[in-house]
Design a protein around this ligand. Structure first.
Ligand SMILES: NC(=O)c1ccc[n+]([C@@H]2O[C@H](COP(=O)([O-])OP(=O)(O)OC[C@H]3O[C@@H](n4cnc5c(N)ncnc54)[C@H](O)[C@@H]3O)[C@@H](O)[C@H]2O)c1
Ligand SMILES: CC(=O)N[C@@H]1[C@@H](OP(=O)(O)OP(=O)(O)OC[C@H]2O[C@@H](n3ccc(=O)[nH]c3=O)[C@H](O)[C@@H]2O)O[C@H](CO)[C@@H](O)[C@@H]1O
Length: 425
């Protein structure tokens, strides 16, 4: 056992997913006595056995270190602690055609810690939430106990979580000054970036603004891709040239925006404000991209049926997460229309549709579609391309991410299309 000096504070982290597990482990190796809690018993067992799947570099090593230090215990129910950090999902739900944040996981997590709360405890909400939520939680909890409450939104980039967890600047919003300062004390144990203090509602809005900023900018790139198809130019070349301007930095078009964050968080602003018009339009535009891909496929193969091989079903490259993945909508729509679709993705943790190995996926395919920028697809060798060429029915590939080695695929006999290239057939 690697001994880590204890700092005297006990922290209970609720929800051990993409965010909670690294956070709990990081606190443990920095001397906190940490109880990591997940309602999912299977997840608890996988963490204890270090058998959980992850594409996050060094996460297994970090969790092993935390458990071996004796500072991290993992279990399915909360315990008494000085600090509670809540990292449960906050997905989107649709009600009468309007999307809004589903706070049911957060409400349940709060209910579950209530029996363990004592005067003086600090509750930190890391989950992404609509403005005003932290204050509401405080109002309800402070009826029974003198507690402190803060929102410390998480900003790590999946694929680079451990580095960003330590190096990113953090924003902490307290329901009062004391709450924010108490939360700062916890994060400064491992964060090397700056920590900025504000009120809870501002911190909630800051997080949503960050992801909305990115969503709106991706929407602009996607709109440029649609326009480029319409007027017959290659959007990728146009973006590269426009970005030579010193004050222009257009993002990348693609099959849509996925993940548990950017594709849902802007709706949490829309639900609170009638002024969020651009934000709504950007969301709708990004959500329209999977269907735009399906239309391009039909134009390329010049038919409304056939066999499609999908490369990449995760929401982006080199991660295992398929939540809100554009691939789900592309595949669903193709299947609804009667296409025979076979998906290949060895990074994906799970997917709503069946996954196949490479040979099964490409066997007899009319077209291959790249939907995620996994390194594997960037680095296919000439021999692998030749092998794929020997299996497919038509040597056609549509790259929605502009990542494949075009020259080599063409050398292997493929006709290569890229989303937004202005060529449909
Ligand atoms: N994934 C990201 O990159 C990221 C980045 C920044 C912020 N966030 C935000 O962080 C929050 C968590 O996201 P995530 O990706 O870690 O989700 P996740 O689904 O990976 O993990 C959440 C975990 O919470 C557990 N859980 C649910 N209800 C519980 C309860 N009542 N008690 C104990 N455990 C419970 C689930 O079993 C699950 O393991 C969300 O609000 C998300 O928007 C996520
Ligand atoms: C503001 C910001 O940076 N927030 C990050 C974001 O993490 P993320 O992994 O969700 O973010 P992205 O990598 O942007 O991917 C999102 C989707 O957009 C597609 N995309 C991306 C760039 C592009 O030019 N064209 C595209 O089409 C991509 O394929 C994918 O589907 O939210 C987390 C949780 O809140 C944050 O913590 C984290 O800081």
């Amino acid at each position: 056992m690697v001994k880590v000096e204890k700092n005297g504070k006990k922290v209970c982290v609720i929800g051990l997913g993409y965010i909670g597990l690294p956070t709990a482990s990081m606190l443990a190796i920095h001397g906190f006595e940490v109880i990591g809690v997940d309602i999912n018993e299977k997840r608890v067992e996988e963490i204890k056995e270090l058998s959980f799947k992850t594409t996050e570099k060094d996460l297994v090593t970090l969790v092993r270190g935390a458990i071996n230090s004796g500072n991290l215990k993992v279990q399915a129910t909360p315990d008494k602690a000085d600090v509670f950090i809540i990292c449960v999902p906050t997905p989107c739900i649709e009600n009468n055609g309007e999307k809004r944040c589903d706070l049911s996981y957060l409400d349940k997590a709060i209910e579950n810690i209530k029996p363990y709360l004592e005067d003086g405890n600090l509750i930190i909400i890391e989950s992404t939430i609509p403005p005003g939520t932290t204050d509401e939680i405080y109002e309800s909890l402070s009826k029974d106990k003198k507690v402190y409450v803060a929102h410390c939104p998480e900003r790590v980039l999946p694929g680079n979580i451990l580095k960003e967890l330590v190096e990113n600047d953090r924003v902490i919003g307290g329901v009062d000054k004391k709450s924010a300062e108490m939360a700062k004390e916890i994060y400064e144990s491992f964060v090397t970036g700056e920590i900025y203090l504000t009120d809870a509602k501002t911190a909630e809005m800051v997080k949503l603004m960050e992801n909305t900023y990115r969503d709106v900018n991706i929407a602009l790139a996607n709109e440029f891709a649609k326009i480029s198809e319409e007027i017959g130019i290659n959007v990728w070349e146009a973006i590269e040239l426009a970005n030579k301007h010193p004050r222009v930095n257009i993002l990348k078009p693609g099959p849509g925006v996925g993940g548990h964050c950017i594709s849902i968080d802007p709706w949490f602003i829309v639900e609170k404000s009638k002024n969020a018009k651009l934000i709504r339009t950007a969301r709708e535009l990004n959500d329209s991209m999977p269907l735009f891909v399906v239309e391009k496929i039909k134009k390329i193969i010049k038919k409304d049926n056939g066999k499609v091989a999908i490369f990449g079903v995760t929401y982006k490259g080199n991660v295992d997460d398929t939540r809100e993945s554009p691939a789900e909508k592309v595949v669903g729509k193709l299947m609804d229309e009667g296409f025979d679709v076979k998906c290949y993705d060895k990074y994906a943790r799970d997917f709503v549709y069946p996954l196949f190995n490479l040979d099964e996926a490409v066997d007899g395919a009319d077209i291959i579609i790249v939907l995620a920028e996994h390194d594997e697809y960037k680095n296919f060798s000439e021999d692998e391309m030749k092998h794929i060429a020997s299996k497919v029915k038509n040597k056609i590939i549509l790259d929605t991410k502009n990542i494949i080695n075009r020259d080599l695929w063409e050398k292997a006999g493929f006709k290569v299309y890229v989303l937004g290239d202005g060529k449909n057939a």
